[in-house]
Ligand binder design. Structure first.
Ligand code: SF4
Ligand code: FES
Length: 261
């Protein structure tokens, strides 16, 4: 088993109101087979043995599914390996002597809870605003009972791959949540079950995104570069088109109602 020694500079912050700072740690005898989170576990065990506070970081599945483990490593959301969550990043990516700067997501809409943990509740509220189908769907239908064109099914699956990690926001110079919102709205909008509420879904989710304080998309495409699930910015273009259409339709309906009155 080969091992490496690293110098870590980890962002430590007691809560959102407290001042944070980088603290230097040495991670010694780290197995190159371990994951990035296992390396942090090892550092934490040593801190606990010394009676010090362990580094707080978020995690759950540790297999690239839940989206909890986001952190910025040497300026890259989820670290230097493309299409990889932090929990799936392995220490063989690094070599002895490397210095790693580890920070939480930086965005006004994601306040720091502690150290590397941020509150991504803003994403939940965007979903609550419209990322669902309200019709009673009953028990699961038989496979193929509802025909869906192959192209639409494939694109919906691509969008559904979003794990809500927030790397897109962390990587964007504007801290925009457009890639996340576009993936979540796009997934439902593409399917027949999602069509009846498409316009209201788009308007409500975009409005909530703005209420939460995320920035606007100005086409840097850093989100797509950082996304561990390869969500394409084409979904943002689609959301923009759907938003314009929904706005025009809502205005037309408003004018008609005004005329009726
Ligand atoms: S779009 Fe990608 S980066 Fe953004 S939340 Fe979804 S999976 Fe994470
Ligand atoms: S811990 Fe679930 S995606 Fe990393």
């Amino acid at each position: 088993m080969s091992t490496i020694n690293l110098v870590l500079h980890v962002w430590r912050q007691k809560n959102a109101a407290a001042e944070g700072q980088f603290v230097r740690y040495e991670a010694v005898n780290v197995s190159t087979h371990s994951s990035f989170l296992e390396m942090l576990d090892q550092v934490n065990e040593e801190l606990i043995e010394k009676g010090q506070d362990p580094i707080a970081f978020d995690h759950d599945c540790r297999e690239g599914i839940c989206g909890a483990c986001g952190m910025v490593i040497n300026g890259h959301a989820h670290g230097p390996q493309k299409a990889t969550t932090t929990c799936q990043l392995h220490m063989r990516q690094f070599k002895t002597g490397d210095e790693l700067w580890i920070e939480p997501w930086r965005a006004r809409a994601f306040p720091v809870v502690r150290d590397l943990v941020v509150d991504r509740g803003a994403f939940d509220r965007i979903i609550q605003a419209g990322g669902y189908i309200s019709a009673r769907a009953g028990s699961p239908p038989d496979a193929n009972a509802l025909p869906i064109a192959k192209g639409a099914a494939d694109r919906a699956m691509d969008a559904a791959a979003c794990i809500g990690c927030g790397a897109c926001v962390a990587a964007c110079p504007n801290a925009s949540a457009m890639l996340f919102t576009a993936a979540k709205a796009g997934h439902l909008n593409l399917l027949p079950q999602g069509q009846p509420e498409k316009d209201s879904r788009v308007l409500k989710m975009v409005a909530q995104m703005e209420t939460e304080g995320f920035g606007h998309c100005t086409n840097h495409y850093e989100c797509m570069e950082a996304c561990p699930k390869g969500i394409n910015v084409e979904f943002i273009a689609q959301l923009n088109r759907d938003f314009v259409k929904a706005t025009v339709t809502a205005r037309g309906q408003g004018e008609r109602r005004g005329g009726d009155g």
